[in-house]
Write a protein that binds this ligand. Structure first.
Ligand code: SF4
Ligand code: SF4
Length: 396
């Protein structure tokens, strides 16, 4: 296939005509739509059965016209773009991703210097979808991240002026991630802290799974709007459930079978990693269902605990990474039980255990949908209890 720069998607051309012209078969296109519909359907962004959802997606996406996309890299490590570039499992993914670089992206585009700045001005001046990697340093007039002599804040504000929607891709763009970890020397904040007059979708993770980024883009292209979001601005199809709810080691957790060290017999047997620090019970993410590297696995499957990278301030709040969560708190219920008591109860009455877990999960999901930004992680990690205790001590 020729590079897209030699054979670009024309402004008024439908996506299906473009694919035909580029030699992508209908079968390949439908296979892509089927895969995207499965990812989107996992969290009910699409409510019809998978085959019907794939057909609907194919119809909408096929008639979509070329989007104008501007993709900024601010204060970050490029890991999120690396993750996105690794999602190319079919020619359609590749074509979608090639178009992300079509209008402006510092890392992927050929022009540099003044040529790149000119391209950014031109692309930002018309309606476009804005993708952002990286945080915005606010301290000292933003000198810690400048592009072409302008601060990241100025570049972002100008690029957002004509954006129809903004995708904040990765934990840095969502709230600042490692740069915002205490003591946050650059005063790093997320895109949503700066851009408040248009929709901002937070695609959480350090980095996010490539398929989640491309599914969000696909949904936007097909429907012309952002997918349904949770209280923290994250797509519900991806962040509507906890790792713990779909974890392949969940049966061990319920049975009270825990690895105590990474080299003990229970670790070798693939038992639960809660006691070696797994943050899966407090982490809303699709890793256990969508998985990484084209669906080949995810950390817990490979024997490493979840670090909670899709939750805000995880460098400050999920550390030490290899120490267990103090208890298993359930939003809305407070601390439900320790891992030991849940495990022991499940051995005696597994059916009741499932019932408690299901109810807790429903409440957790409900809470996630209505939570205000920054309230959910506090509740999930039990900080409300800590604050209440401290308040009590102060009053005494
Ligand atoms: S604590 Fe972690 S390893 Fe254990 S079941 Fe939950 S998510 Fe899986
Ligand atoms: S398993 Fe946990 S730490 Fe690992 S990528 Fe998923 S959410 Fe992040």
């Amino acid at each position: 296939m020729k590079p897209s720069s030699d054979d670009p998607w024309l402004a008024d051309e439908s996506f299906s005509s473009y694919l035909t012209r580029r030699g992508v078969s209908r079968r390949e296109f439908l296979a892509f739509c089927g895969k995207a519909a499965l990812v989107l359907g996992a969290g009910a962004a699409m409510t019809s059965p998978p085959a019907a959802a794939a057909r609907e997606l194919a119809k909408r996406l096929g008639s979509a016209t070329r989007p104008s996309v501007v993709y900024l890299q601010l204060q970050e490590c490029t890991g999120c773009l690396e993750s996105l570039l690794r999602s190319g499992s079919t020619p359609v993914d590749e074509l979608l991703l090639e178009h992300i670089s079509l209008d402006y992206n510092e890392l992927l585009m050929a022009p540099s210097g003044k040529g790149a700045e000119k391209q950014l001005m031109a692309a930002s001046g018309r309606p476009h979808l804005l993708l952002v990697n990286g945080s915005i340093p606010m301290k000292d007039d933003g000198i810690y991240c400048t592009i072409g002599g302008e601060s990241a804040l100025e570049v972002l504000k100008r690029a957002a002026q004509n954006a129809t929607a903004v995708l904040a891709v990765g934990a840095c763009a969502e709230y600042g991630c490692v740069q915002a970890a205490s003591p946050n020397p650059t005063g790093a904040v997320g895109v949503g802290d700066v851009i408040r007059d248009r929709p901002v979708v937070n695609i959480s993770g350090c980095p996010p799974i490539a398929e989640v980024i491309s599914a969000t883009l696909t949904y936007y292209l097909a429907y012309g709007r952002t997918p349904p979001l949770d209280g923290m601005g994250r797509p519900l199809f991806a962040y509507g459930q906890r790792i713990h709810d779909k974890c392949p080691r969940r049966a061990s957790f319920d049975a009270g079978q825990f690895a105590e060290r990474f080299d003990d017999q229970n670790a070798r047997l693939g038992h639960c990693l809660y006691r070696v620090g797994c943050k899966g019970p407090a982490t809303f993410a699709p890793c256990a269902t969508v998985e990484w590297n084209l669906g080949q696995g995810f950390p817990i499957k490979a024997g490493h605990p979840c670090l909670g990278c899709t939750e805000r301030q995880f460098y400050d709040r999920m550390t030490p990474f290899y120490r267990r969560l103090p208890d298993i708190p359930v939003p809305g219920l407070g601390v439900e039980a320790t891992a030991n008591t849940i495990g022991a109860a499940a051995v005696v009455a597994s059916v009741a255990g499932v019932g408690v877990h299901s109810a807790a999960t429903v409440i957790a999901r409900h809470r996630a949908r209505r939570a205000e930004p920054e309230t959910l992680p506090l509740a999930v990690l039990g900080d409300e209890e800590k604050e209440a205790e401290e308040d009590g001590r102060h009053k005494r």
